[in-house]
Design a protein around this ligand. Structure first.
Ligand SMILES: Cc1cc2nc3c(=O)[nH]c(=O)nc-3n(C[C@H](O)[C@H](O)[C@H](O)COP(=O)(O)OP(=O)(O)OC[C@H]3O[C@@H](n4cnc5c(N)ncnc54)[C@H](O)[C@@H]3O)c2cc1C
Length: 421
């Protein structure tokens, strides 16, 4: 029996695994001829992009619900090593260590929040990088009223990339709800960034974001020079202190550290370079997808660490790993469009199109798209039906998210950038 092992069951890994069994099914290959096994740290698929939201319960999808109906074997455990030459994975299952040989591997263990060596960052900062991190923040915010400290109701969000903006925009209303009208006058939400402009990578959406944050009452601190974090808040390079019982670190993402097991050239984010078939360039029998991989997605731009790219990369990696194993032709992945839909809390959202981020919709028109993406589009079908899961795992490229209610001009502008798939 041959074995395909998929590491990680996030957006890339889940779809790699389902994509692989879909292809085996189509070819009529029995599971005792080729087995597909997924290894994931948790027994659930996390809709990680929703970790900034208040309601987290619906952001996890139990793996048996989506893998059992299609016959993917899954192991809950932490991958602790990879023997690339010996073609085996070492897994810590909690009950002991397991060695799992593979014939083909799909590396899809994603990314982790970058944590530079800033004093106190590891001990005192919260994050929304993982479900556990978001739950920890939730518990902390719920207990704020029992804290006696200056800055009790101050939240300092450090890093004004997409994640920092999304959590900062949510927080004023979330804190008001938690604390009640009595303490709401003490609420301060600060979004700080070392760059001189908040959300500077957001192209035409940048002024919209600044306007929305100001309307929501978020204070913005560009050119922020952090020295240390402690239990009282942050200390700046100037020596100034910001009292904040909650500091949330949103300082960017880096590919999973285990990408270092592969002796290939990594990019500046630690990602593995892959060809359009999702094969790791410079390695044999190894595929990679999602945040851990970097692909020139349209021949010119590298993939973003995003579920927008991670999901199709997963579907194509799953299809191709089977074809590679069985000596069949593979399919190249190419996507000629790119969009960003950023949540701006109760203010709405902003939708940009293209790599230069042209503004096409904002406010509630964009919010409805964001909600559809976060609550429907990026979820695996939860019908428990094999046919639905296989249909969603086909190696095809989706259209950009559509929106109703936006002006015709905005929609036309969005679609100008879309070339036929
Ligand atoms: C708050 C937030 C908001 C975001 N918003 C957006 C957005 O609006 N749009 C967008 O496109 N992207 C967004 N992203 C980015 C997006 O979440 C990632 O790009 C995406 O999750 C990458 O998918 P992945 O499968 O590569 O990695 P992940 O989704 O991180 O999955 C990796 C999987 O590997 C598992 N794993 C890791 N280490 C091990 C180990 N040692 N052993 C076993 N299993 C392991 C993890 O448990 C996880 O299941 C956001 C991210 C965050 C944190």
């Amino acid at each position: 029996m041959k074995r395909i092992v998929v590491l990680g069951a996030g957006f890339a890994g889940l779809w790699s695994a389902i994509g692989a069994v879909r292809k085996l099914d189509e070819l009529g290959v029995a599971r005792d001829e080729v087995e597909v096994v997924v290894v994931n740290k948790t027994a659930f698929h996390s809709i990680r992009v929703r970790n900034y939201e208040e309601q987290l319960e619906d952001t996890i999808v139990p793996l048996p619900d989506v893998l059992d109906p299609v016959g993917v074997r899954w192991i809950e455990g932490e991958v602790c090593d990879i023997d690339v030459n010996g073609k085996a994975i070492m897994i810590d299952t909690g009950d002991g260590r397991l060695s799992l040989p593979f014939d083909r591997l799909v590396f899809a263990m994603g990314s982790k929040l970058a944590r530079p060596p800033i004093e106190g960052l590891g001990s005192y900062a919260f994050d929304v990088d993982t479900y556990d991190g978001a739950k920890r923040l939730e518990a902390h915010l719920a207990g704020l009223s029992s804290i006696q400290a200056p800055g009790r109701y101050t939240v300092l969000v450090i890093g004004a990339g997409l994640t920092g903006v999304e959590i900062a925009a949510e927080l004023p209303a979330r804190l008001r709800e938690l604390i009640g009208e009595g303490g709401s006058g003490d609420i301060r939400v600060i979004l700080a960034d070392r760059s001189s402009v908040i959300a500077q990578a957001m192209g035409e959406a940048q002024p919209v974001i600044v306007h929305a944050l100001a309307t929501l009452g978020v204070e913005m601190m560009p050119a922020f020079q952090l020295r240390a974090i402690d239990e009282q808040g942050a200390i700046l390079a100037s020596g100034e202190r910001i009292f904040a019982s909650t500091v949330i670190w949103c300082g960017g993402m880096h590919a999973h550290p285990m990408t270092d097991r592969f002796a290939v050239a990594h990019d500046q984010l630690g990602r593995l370079p892959v060809d359009p078939f999702l094969r790791v360039v410079g390695a044999t029998d190894i595929f990679a997808a999602g945040d851990a991989a970097s692909l020139l997605i349209d021949g010119r731009h590298e993939t973003m660490m995003s579920c927008q790219h991670g999901r199709p990369m997963g579907r194509f990696a799953g299809h191709n790993v089977v074809c590679d194993l069985l000596g069949l032709d593979m399919l190249a992945l190419r996507i000629d469009w790119y969009s960003t839909v950023l949540d701006l809390g109760p203010w709405g959202a902003v939708y940009t199109f293209g790599w230069d981020r042209k503004l096409v919709a904002q406010g509630m028109a964009a919010k409805s798209v964001k909600q559809r993406i976060n609550r429907e589009r990026i979820y695996p079908p939860r019908t428990g039906r094999k046919a639905d899961l296989f249909n969603a795992a086909r190696p095809v490229v989706d259209d950009p998210p559509k929106f109703a209610g936006a002006s015709g001009a905005g929609l036309a502008k969005a679609e100008q950038g879309v070339e036929p798939q």
